[in-house]
Design a binder for this molecule. Structure first.
Ligand code: TYD
Ligand code: MG
Length: 460
């Protein structure tokens, strides 16, 4: 068998085919064949599981776990505090970070700022741009006030050239903007295809580990919100960060989805300004829209993002629906919304079967914690009744299928943050009610959904 030919490998069974087929000839699965680079000369052909024992070389040394010294990884702070916070302290030599987000959200801006800060701190930072020309990047640098930046720039999309350059210059950090534009000569598939993205990311990862260069890959996000191409990318890299936020508002969140070197629940908060992204050290009040008077359908939720409590306005609109009423949610889970509507009906007698229900978390934040349930439910019932909650009202708590309201983690901290920002009435699960009163805050503690509704009606 010729060894220098590209082959197609089934991602299900590992079976191979010399040409692309819709159906795997070995296991019959559809659309599973992915192009693979030819094996290097001298390396025996792979078996159907992708390895040969001969090619594996000599056996490795073993070490007893207890005898290995536990050392924390060294980190280099990027100088952007909010970015360092999500990264768990800074970039890790040899670490590979994937950063995803919608087009225009600020990925290139953030990374150029970080590269410049690192360069100023005496590290070599190399920025590989595949999407924009050098002139375009320079234009952005001007806008950021970095016209004298010493960051090394390379406009290149061919993997082999990028690797050769990285190997020659050995930067401390290399930004690849974006991984979808890079292609390898070894494959015939188009740049951006699953095979190319996977192959290029694998090579860059291998380079990072071998050289100690920290590699940052920029990745596009599909409409569904997943990193385009391969989920496999997420498995390959050490850290996955997502950029969130509404491009119409200036606030941006950077969230760690995976981090081998730090906590995953941290977020970094930035504001996009005329001169780039600026960290927001105290973000608790940025996701509130300003109503002069309380309006029906609006409830402020105290949510916890990483270690920081934040106040986010939840809005609901309930309106007469057609024969098949719609349930839409932005920033909140839709399945959870359906569940909350059922609980509201069954356990509090609030029916919305024939109504359209829309809910929205203000400012483009994505809220995944169940502690948002109570606020969502209250926003819905408020819109349905056409009655606003009182001024300065906040809520949190998880709602269960049996109509119970369960405590949220770190309730005291949430309440204190709300009080600090001037909120005066809180509706919370009983277990979250503080033993000592919190100054300025009237707390209504409840156990069940119907009790919550009763409290709200009293407040009308
Ligand atoms: P960019 O970093 O190019 O986004 P991405 O790489 O994720 O596609 O950000 C582009 C947006 O940011 C664009 O709409 C302009 C805006 N922007 C500012 O508001 N201020 C700035 O200083 C810069 C550089 C960009
Ligand atoms: Mg960009």
């Amino acid at each position: 068998m010729a060894k220098d030919k590209t082959q197609y490998v089934c991602s299900e069974c590992g079976g191979t085919s010399p040409k692309w087929l819709g159906k795997c000839p070995s296991c019959g699965a559809w659309n599973t064949l992915v192009e693979q680079a030819p094996a290097a000369a001298g390396v025996p052909a792979q078996n159907r599981f992708g390895n040969t024992f001969a090619a594996l070389g000599g056996a490795s040394e073993l070490a007893v776990l207890a005898e290995i010294e536990a050392t924390d990884v060294a980190r280099t702070a990027t100088g952007l505090e909010e970015l360092d916070r999500v990264l768990g302290g800074g970039i890790v030599p040899g670490g590979v970070t994937l950063i995803g987000g919608d087009p225009g959200i600020g990925k290139s801006t953030l990374l150029l700022q970080a590269a410049d800060a690192l360069q100023n701190a005496g590290q070599i930072a190399l920025y590989v741009t595949g999407e924009e020309s050098g002139a375009q990047v320079a234009l952005r640098a001007h806008r950021l006030g970095l016209e004298r930046s010493q960051v090394q720039l390379m406009a290149e999309i061919q993997l082999e050239k990028i690797l050769a350059t990285l190997d020659t210059h050995r930067p401390a950090i290399a930004v690849i903007d974006s991984i979808q534009t890079v292609y390898s000569d070894q494959l015939t598939s188009a740049p951006g295809s699953v095979a190319q993205v996977r192959e290029c990311a694998a090579h860059l990862t291998r380079f990072a580990k071998a050289s100690g260069t920290a590699v940052v890959l920029v990745g596009h996000v599909t409409k569904e919100g997943a990193l385009a191409g391969p989920r496999v990318l997420e498995h390959m890299v050490d850290t996955v960060l997502y950029f969130e936020g509404d491009t119409h508002s200036s606030f941006r969140l950077v969230r760690a989805i995976k981090n081998r070197f730090g906590a995953v629940n941290e977020i970094g908060v930035f504001a996009m300004t005329e001169r780039g992204l600026r960290g927001v050290a105290n973000p608790s009040a940025i996701f509130l829209s300003q109503h002069a008077q309380p309006v029906p359908g609006s409830v402020v939720l105290v949510t916890l993002e990483g270690t920081r409590p934040m106040l986010v306005e939840i809005q609901a609109l309930v309106d007469d629906g057609g024969p098949s009423p719609r349930r839409l949610s932005v920033g909140l889970e839709r399945d959870r919304l359906a569940m909350l509507l059922a609980v509201l009906h069954r356990h509090a007698g609030v029916a919305s079967m024939d109504q359209d229900v829309f809910v929205n978390a203000v400012g483009g934040v994505r809220i995944t914690e169940p502690a948002a349930d109570l606020a969502v439910m209250l926003a819905i019932s408020s819109s349905l009744r056409g009655k606003a909650l009182p001024k300065g009202f906040v809520a949190f708590g998880e709602v269960g299928l049996a109509g119970e309201v369960r405590p949220a983690p770190r309730g005291q901290e949430r309440l204190r943050e709300a009080a600090k920002l001037g909120f005066s009435v809180a509706l919370v699960p009983k277990a979250n009610a503080p033993k000592k009163p919190i100054e300025g805050l009237t707390i209504h503690a409840i156990d069940r959904v119907d009790e919550a509704m009763a409290v709200v009606r009293q407040l009308d």
